[in-house]
Design a protein around this ligand. Structure first.
Ligand code: NDP
Length: 341
């Protein structure tokens, strides 16, 4: 039997695929082109345990049908990670909301059509974006938990690109829980969602380190490439390392007590100043060469709402990678690629 991982080229998905292969699973990855499949085959090596199917665009509601038509008998676990995560658009519906929601609807419909009896577990990569209430982000007294839901409407999600991304995750995740409720008598699978905050950490393969990293790692990459005098934005939020995110995706289907849960993945607050602090401390060669930072003395202080994920920490039961380690590993990989380490 095999695990289907959608969006296998993604920053998080590559670590999920790696984790699954190391645990001995057969993995089927969906990617958008044959070229991407060929690249991943080379990168992971040909163990015979990894194969690919092409899904060019999850905005097409039927995009996963051919995968299940062909391979439903092999697939007993599905990990759906594919979803756009970027802020480079003004076409919020077309580029963010519709692909996220249709991707989720599409995988659910395909499972119902072709794998209703064979797929046992579905893990969906949702996000803290589906949990937080943007209107309370600056409220120091607001505490979000795994039970919280972003209250945005479809229209409200089109006010700006951040809200569009957050809405895309909220509506995609809601689609899944509602589908399960409506179809509980006609499908066999159990659902768990993984809801990470900002995900830091190295790329699975150093050759994929580019001058611009994936969206969340830019919070490290921008200060890493700053110069004295630069005015940096104060990015603030919570962080989690990608290797812990991958592990949580696998435990999500392995452990029966995680069925029906939303796993809120966070290892605490971070801000740009906190990232700079680690860079200066861990890389003495950078000292004096980076910007001072936007909030001197305010290291990893966030000015607003917090996220209480103590329940998830308890049910997952493994310690998360520290901020120092996560920022160090991310930056060290970049510096190595640039020949500076
Ligand atoms: P990436 O951008 O690295 O990965 C996104 C993946 O989705 C890629 O494989 C991409 O394919 C695929 N994809 C995007 N749009 C489409 C589309 N229209 N059709 C088919 N495939 C598509 O991001 P991450 O790894 O960071 O994110 C993965 C998941 O994790 C997303 O669901 C994201 O919302 C969620 N997440 C991420 C967080 C983070 O901080 N990184 C935090 C919380 C949740 P391709 O590479 O070919 O474009």
């Amino acid at each position: 039997m095999a695990v289907l991982v959608t969006g296998a080229t993604g920053f998080i998905a590559l670590w999920v695929v790696d984790y699954l292969l190391k645990e001995g699973y057969e993995v089927i990855g969906t990617v958008r082109s044959q070229e991407k499949a060929d690249k991943l085959t080379k990168q992971f090596g040909s163990s015979g345990k990894l194969s690919f199917e092409i899904v060019p665009d999850i905005s097409d509601i039927n995009s996963f049908d051919h995968v299940f038509e062909k391979r439903a008998k092999e697939i007993d676990i599905v990990i759906h990670t594919a979803s756009p995560f970027h802020y480079n658009t003004t076409e919020y519906e077309t580029d963010l909301l519709i692909p996220a929601v249709n991707g989720t609807k599409g995988i659910l419909n395909s499972i119902k059509k072709y794998g209703s009896q064979t797929v046992k577990r579905l893990v969906i990569t949702s996000s803290f974006a589906a949990i937080l209430d943007p209107s309370k982000l600056a409220d120091k007294d607001a505490v979000f938990t795994e039970k919280s839901w972003n209250p945005t409407t479809w229209e409200g999600a089109q006010s700006d690109v951040s809200n569009a991304y957050r809405g895309s995750k909220k509506f995609a995740e809601k689609t899944a829980w509602e589908f399960l409720e409506e179809n509980k008598d006609s499908v066999n699978f159990k659902l768990t969602t993984v809801n990470p905050v900002l995900v830091f950490g190295p790329q699975k393969f150093e050759e994929d380190v580019k001058s611009q990293l994936n969206t969340s790692n830019q919070v490290i990459n921008i200060p890493l490439h700053s110069k004295p005098g630069d005015k940096l934005n104060n990015s603030q939020g919570n962080y989690i390392d990608v290797r812990d995110v991958a592990k949580a995706h696998v435990l999500a289907f392995q452990k029966d007590d995680l069925i029906g849960e939303r796993l809120g993945l966070s290892n605490g607050p971070v801000n740009t100043q906190g990232v700079l602090e680690v860079l200066n401390e861990k890389f003495p060669q950078l000292k004096g060469k980076l910007a001072d930072g936007p909030t001197p003395g305010e290291v990893n202080k966030t000015s607003g709402a917090s996220f209480d994920n103590s329940y998830t920490k308890k049910i997952l039961g493994f310690p998360f990678i520290s901020l120092e380690q996560s920022v160090y590993d991310t930056a060290a990989q970049v510096l190595k690629k640039e020949g500076k380490l």
